[in-house]
Design a protein around this ligand. Sequence first.
Ligand SMILES: Cc1ncc(COP(=O)(O)O)c(C=O)c1O
Length: 377
Amino acid sequence: MTAKIPFLRPNPPKLTESLDQLAAIDASHIFSNYGPVNTRLEAALVERMFGGQGGCLTVCNATIGLMLAIRLAIGAVPDKARIYALMPSFTFAATAHAALWCGLTPLLCDIEPDTWLPSAAAEHGLIERYRDQIAVIVPYATFGNNLDLDRYEALSARTGIPIVVDAAASLGSRNPSGANFGGGFSHPVIYSMHATKAFATSEAGLIYCADRVKIETLRAMGNFGFEQPRTATLPGLNSKLSEIAALLALRKLEEFDAVVAHRLSLTRAYQEQLGNWSFQHRTPGSDAQQFVSVLLPAGYPGSREAVLNHLNERGIGFGTYFDPHLANQPYFSQTCVCGDLDATQQVAGRIISLPLSDLMTEADVAKVCQVVQDSCS
Ligand SMILES: Cc1ncc(COP(=O)(O)O)c(C=O)c1O
C-alpha cells in the first residue's frame, strides 16, 4: 500500500521551535490589542513585501478583513440606494458572506474562461445596468492570479464606485516592480494567512493599502470603532490578531520566499506532466500557489466524477474549488443577484484541484500525475 498524498497539508511554523519567543510574549503580559509582536509584523510586511510603500493592518482572518474594508467603502452612513456588491460567482463563500454582513446584496458576474479572473466585459455590463445601485466592486485575484489593478483604479475613478480586492491567495504573487501583488493600490487589498494558504499560520489575515489613512481608519474600525479611548466614532467590530498568531506570521515571513519557490517548481512539474490538461493562464509574477487547478481535457468523454473516484481509490486527495460556485449554493441562490454565468459554469463543471504542499516532492507530483493520466486512459 503506497502512502496517501493529501490535498493540502498545512505547514505553519512550529510553535515548539519558538519557545523563547513564546516566553517573551508571556513575560510581556501583552497578548493582543496591536501589541509589540504584531507591530513588528506589520512593519516587516510593509518593508519586505511592499517595498516600504503604503500600510499593513493585520486582522484575525480575511473574512473579517473583507467585512471591515467593505464597511469602510460604503461609508459610516450607507447610501440606501446602493445595495449591491459586484463580485465574481467563481469565488469562495467568504466574499459573499462579507458583503451580506455589511447589508449588501452580492451581484455575481462571470469570469474569463482562461484566466478565471472576473470578466471585464461582464463587470461593465452589470455596471451599465445597475450603476447607481452598486456600492462596491470586490474582484477576486483568482487562486493568486494577478488582476489588472490599473484597470480597477481607472474603473473606480470613472464610476466613483470604491474597490475592495479579495486577494486571499495572493501573498507570494508579485507586481512587475517586485512588490507583492496589490502593492501601490489605493483601495484595500485583503489577503488570507489561514493554515491552508501558502502563507500558512493558523487563523490570520492582512489588509494592505497604499493609502495609510485608510489603514489607520480600518485599524480603529477593527478595534470597536474607537478613534478615541473606548469611544466609538466609526462602525466597528473586533478584528485584532493575537500576539501568538502574529508570531506565527513573523516566523512564516522568514521562510516565505523558499515556500513560494518550492510550490512554484512543483506546479511547473505538474504542467509538464499534464500537458493535455488545461491550466489557468497566469499573468506574469502570479507565483503564489495554494493548490494546482486543472480542467478536464477538452473533448474528454468521461465524467469528472469517474476521475475523482479514481483519485480517491488511489489515495490522492483533491478538491473542486469553486464548484459549486456561489450562484449554485443554496444560501447564495436565495440572497444574491446573478448576471450571465456561462464561463463560470463551464470552468466550475470541469475543475479539479490537485494536491500541493510545502512537504510534497517532485516524486509525489509524478505519482499524482500518473494517477490523473491513468484515470482518463
Ligand atoms: C477567495 C477567498 N476569499 C476569502 C477567504 C477567507 O479567508 P479566511 O479563511 O482567512 O477568512 C478565502 C479563504 O479560503 C478565499 O478563498
